[in-house]
Design a protein around this ligand. Structure first.
Ligand SMILES: [Zn+2]
Length: 232
């Protein structure tokens, strides 16, 4: 057998690099497992919180049923008050926490009037509503500005000038196609900024970053901030 010097060392080196790759893969797998466990725990916690909130949401009507069962109210009053339950939005329990639930219970069990309920409800939900308004207004303004940008550029017909700012096409600054338009680099970036909503992380709401679709609308999803539900 021919002895070839160097082969052993090459094998050793490739074994070493194989081992290193193996170790790296193990490390990555463990890290992924950890991430997965963290996410699963978070989701489980979230589901538990959600269930607890749904149970809380049912408390006012349970209270009313108990009042009827123990003959504290007659069937007529029971039927009338039962209709109030549909006016209790889950928002009141989520955002209003203890105060919201208490208010809902007092309302459904007939301790306060419709008007009193509405006034107090608005007080409790004022801050979350204001936050929601900010999100909707921001998206609306951005959509309007983007639509205006596109309409103006569409009127400017040219294959040698930027359809938005009129900058001449040059060898080192070519025009790029976007939304059926030819735009310079600066205007492409501006349009990109106008059509991307960076998302929102507030005290009550969370909105994932989203692309604004230019038909005057956007598919905006507002979700209740998970941290808020988890902390409450
Ligand atoms: Zn331009």
């Amino acid at each position: 057998m021919l002895y070839v010097p160097g082969v052993t060392s090459v094998n050793a080196a490739s074994n070493r690099s194989r081992r290193q790759a193996q170790l790296r893969a193990n490390r990555e797998r463990r890290e992924l497992q950890k991430q997965y466990m963290r996410l699963a725990a978070k989701s489980e916690k979230f589901q538990r919180r959600l269930k607890a909130i749904e149970q809380k949401r049912d408390k006012p009507v349970q209270l009313l049923k108990e009042m009827y069962a123990s003959s504290k109210i007659d069937s007529k009053r029971y039927a009338r008050l039962l209709k109030r339950d549909k006016n209790v939005a889950i928002d009141l329990v989520v955002f209003g926490k203890g105060a919201g639930l208490k208010l809902a219970s007092r309302y459904v069990s007939g301790q306060i009037s419709e008007d009193q309920f509405e006034t107090l409800k608005d007080e409790i939900l004022g801050a979350p509503e204001a936050e929601k308004d900010v999100i909707i207004r921001t998206i609306k303004e951005q959509t309007e500005r983007a639509t205006e940008f596109l309409h103006k550029a569409q009127e400017f017909k040219s294959s040698t000038q930027c359809n938005s700012c009129g900058k001449q096409k040059k060898f080192f600054s070519p025009l790029r196609a976007s939304h059926d338009l030819l735009l310079c680099k600066g205007c492409i970036m501006m349009l990109h900024d106008l059509t991307s909503f960076s998302g929102y992380q507030g005290h009550y709401y969370i909105v994932e970053p989203t692309e604004i679709i230019i038909d005057g609308k956007t598919n905006l999803t507002i979700s209740i901030k998970e941290d808020y539900i988890l902390d409450s």
